[in-house]
Design a protein around this ligand. Structure first.
Ligand SMILES: C[S@@+](CC[C@H](N)C(=O)[O-])C[C@H]1O[C@@H](n2cnc3c(N)ncnc32)[C@H](O)[C@@H]1O
Length: 254
């Protein structure tokens, strides 16, 4: 499977910030994003492989496929590598810095594969403004957690409406638990993982502050209730600590 190539080391929170501002997907983050996400999200590479293999099973000829919150296009490429050539793949992000780099990565990818592949459209837009067409697979890899919670039910319902029967959503998210002790234990395990990835205590603490009220997690119950309300049937297909990948299917009626 092809991958994005950008590998600058993440030092965004390495030096002390006099005031830690809320986290944004700006140029500073876009520059180091591949390194940041792979060192921060346990199992990130596995989610890309699962997107690739799930798309091989679910993507149907002549349908749309979406990567929502595409960042630098890692999941876009995972999809492009396994969907039929007759699909139209749409990657969406509302960060100009991400879209700029994603476009370059997708151009490099097209040259690398040097063969027919699905058409790929890259759009800078808020997901709430996008009209979704007849889709067989829609991916949100760690994006829903950045959408304001009060908008999530409506967004998932719109995605479910856009899916063809037999189509699916693949959604990866950080989650929390009803039991605060489990949430706290997972936080400690995740921070230990980040230390092992070379992040300092200062980096971990400043990033945690930056993400407060920006990355807002749901529980598994909330995800499952939202999928059910949208008429989707969900299963967990991967979990590492408190990072899960869910497959939500629109079953054929009748
Ligand atoms: C954690 S990153 C996603 C990582 C990416 N899917 C991957 O697999 O590498 C979240 C992305 O969602 C985008 N995003 C957040 N809110 C958005 C919105 N309302 N509309 C479009 N994109 C959004 C951010 O700009 C960011 O690039």
């Amino acid at each position: 499977m092809a991958t994005t190539t950008h590998q600058d080391a993440d030092r965004v929170y390495a030096d002390e910030h006099p005031v830690v501002m809320p986290f944004r997907f700006d140029e500073t983050v876009a520059q180091v994003f591949t390194n940041m996400i792979s060192r921060s999200v346990p199992g990130y590479d596995t989610t890309l492989s699962l997107i690739n293999s799930t798309a091989a099973l679910y993507a149907l000829p002549d349908t749309y496929c979406y990567d929502l919150g595409c960042s630098l296009g890692a999941a876009t490429i995972a999809l492009a590598d396994s969907i039929p050539d007759s699909c139209h793949l749409v990657a969406v992000d509302n960060s100009a810095a991400m879209i700029d780099r994603c476009s370059k990565n997708i151009n490099d990818y097209r040259q690398e594969v040097d063969a027919a592949c699905a058409t790929i459209e890259i759009i800078e837009a808020d997901l709430n403004e996008v009209r979704f067409e007849r889709a067989s697979i829609i991916v949100m890899n760690y994006t829903l957690q950045f959408i304001p919670p009060e908008q999530r039910d409506h967004l998932i319902a719109r995605l479910a409406d856009a899916l063809v029967e037999g189509g699916c959503l693949v959604i990866s998210e950080k989650v929390h638990f009803d039991d605060p002790a489990t949430t706290e234990h997972m936080r400690q395990l995740h921070e230990s993982y980040k230390r092992q990835q070379g992040y300092s205590e200062l980096e971990i603490a400043q990033k945690r502050t930056a993400l407060e009220n920006v990355l807002v997690t749901d529980t598994m119950d909330t995800h499952n209730r939202r999928f059910r309300a949208a008429g989707l049937t969900s299963s967990v297909i991967s979990r590492q600590l408190n990072f899960v990948t869910l497959l939500a299917r629109k079953l054929a009626s009748g």
